[in-house]
Ligand binder design. Structure first.
Ligand code: AMP
Ligand code: GLY
Length: 423
């Protein structure tokens, strides 16, 4: 069969890497892909948000299964369009993708079905938002209501900072329409983890645990990014906690969406805050995490393709995934300055040397080919992923590979996975 993967980041490189290993698959296409993906699949020059062109391509090539990586095409309704055309596609439809695309949608869903999360209020008036902040005090969290590429959240430690965030979201409209309303939330202390489950709208299939590292610098300092590294398994998510997450969060969410006439199909990403052994939802996303997909897919022993198909068909009868015993750690190598503006087009050295190490996968994200060389073109450039018998040895392996790669200004965190060691 022919599979099309939509997207061109590290998550999609990992998806393609996993999908090409399936005995069910003959050809994998990726739109738009990247130079790393091009070594495994045929890259097609269609942007991930050009749904008309993607649909034309899938019809012309008789694609059997399309797998959507990023959130933007999902919130634009790519799944609805493919299904109307009779094509099989993995991901939530436009209505269900609101779970990520609209903070107030997901907060209202959680309130309705008693899913544990921070207390919140939605505001369309700047002055009412400011009054609320004055009454509640700090720390407090201010979020643009719509999609803002993971950057629309301010965890304010003072009231002044919170009010400044409301003003930049609502008055200066730094996130455009995404900021026409704001959600203001109670600050939750604790340790974050990511939890994923495949679902066909009714049945669920949980994945292994993982943890992201959102802040740009070591010790979780600096501004939030899309994620500077991830590892799996995450010891903070014990077996008992997994059961609690599934029973009190994942199942009621999937049941609630179905009950509301908006069944959720695809992979549900639950961003969690864990305090005193209790999980609460920070956010839902409608897709695989990036970079969490990299360590998770490297550890997955089961063929992922039948799972993706079963979800898309509403026939998810597989009750358990098999995992390799090894731990995996992904260190993101980013452009100097990210998440602020950075210099692009700088040649990257050492890719082959790093990739030749045993138990190492170098996933590409923001790279492109220029004059026969691989150069940086995005903020997050590479996801260097190492495997090991323990998290400690996976960390060592990943950083051995990182040390072989460089370009001017390269930045990475040196403490990815450390939280696992501290437990
Ligand atoms: P979000 O885009 O909603 O995941 O928020 C981005 C990041 O902001 C999260 O990964 C958390 O680190 C932080 N955050 C969001 N909401 C809260 C909250 N209510 N309490 C504490 N931290 C939060
Ligand atoms: N790793 C964060 C995200 O994928 O949104």
């Amino acid at each position: 069969m022919k599979v099309l993967v939509v997207g061109g980041g590290g998550r999609e490189h990992a998806l393609v890497w996993k999908i090409v290993q399936s005995p069910l698959v003959d050809t994998v296409y990726c739109a738009p892909g990247n130079p790393g993906i091009a070594e495994l699949a045929e890259c097609v020059h269609i942007p991930a948000d050009d749904i008309d062109a993607l649909l034309d391509f899938a019809q012309a090539e008789q694609i059997s299964l399309t797998v959507v990586g990023p959130e933007v095409p999902l919130t634009m309704g790519i799944v609805d369009r493919f299904q109307e055309a009779g094509l099989e596609i993995f991901g939530p439809n436009q209505a269900a993708a609101q779970i990520e695309g609209s903070k107030s949608f997901s907060k209202d869903l959680m309130a309705k079905y008693g899913i544990p999360t921070a207390a919140y209020k939605t505001f369309t008036s700047r002055d009412e938002a400011v009054d609320y902040i004055e009454k509640q005090g700090a720390p407090i969290v201010v979020k643009a209501n719509g999609l803002a590429a993971g950057k629309g959240v301010v965890v304010a430690t003072t009231k002044a900072q919170a009010i400044e965030a409301v003003d930049s979201i609502m008055l200066d409209a730094v996130f455009g329409d995404a900021g026409s309303s704001v959600v203001i939330e109670e600050f939750m202390a604790g340790e974050e983890a990511s939890f994923f489950a495949f679902t066909d709208g009714t049945n669920i299939l949980p994945l292994a645990s993982s943890q992201d590292h959102k802040p740009a610098f070591d010790n979780d300092e600096g501004p939030n990014t899309g994620g500077m590294g991830a590892y799996s398994p995450a010891p903070v998510v014990t077996e008992a906690l997994t059961t609690e997450i599934v029973e009190t969060i994942v199942k009621p969410t999937i049941r609630g969406m179905a009950q509301d006439g908006c069944p959720y199909v695809g992979i549900l990403y639950v961003g969690l805050m864990i305090a005193n052994g209790k999980p609460r939802v920070v956010e839902f996303n409608a897709r695989f995490g990036d970079p969490e997909a990299q360590p998770l897919l490297v550890r997955m022993k089961s063929d992922v393709v039948p799972v993706l198909q079963a979800c898309a068909r509403g026939e998810l009868t597989i009750s358990e995934l098999e995992w390799h015993d090894k731990a995996a750690v992904c260190v993101v190598m980013a452009s100097g300055g990210y998440p602020a503006p950075y210099e692009k087009g700088l040649p990257i050295s050492g890719l082959d040397e790093a990739g030749a190490l045993d138990d190492v996968m170098v996933f590409h994200a923001g790279t492109s080919f220029q004059d026969g060389q691989v150069v940086n073109t995005g903020g997050r450039v590479l996801g260097v992923t190492g495997l090991g018998t323990t998290v400690a040895s996976a960390i060592e392996r990943a950083y051995q590979a990182v040390d072989k790669i460089s370009w001017p200004g390269v930045h990475f965190r040196t403490d990815i996975g450390k939280k696992a060691l501290n437990r």
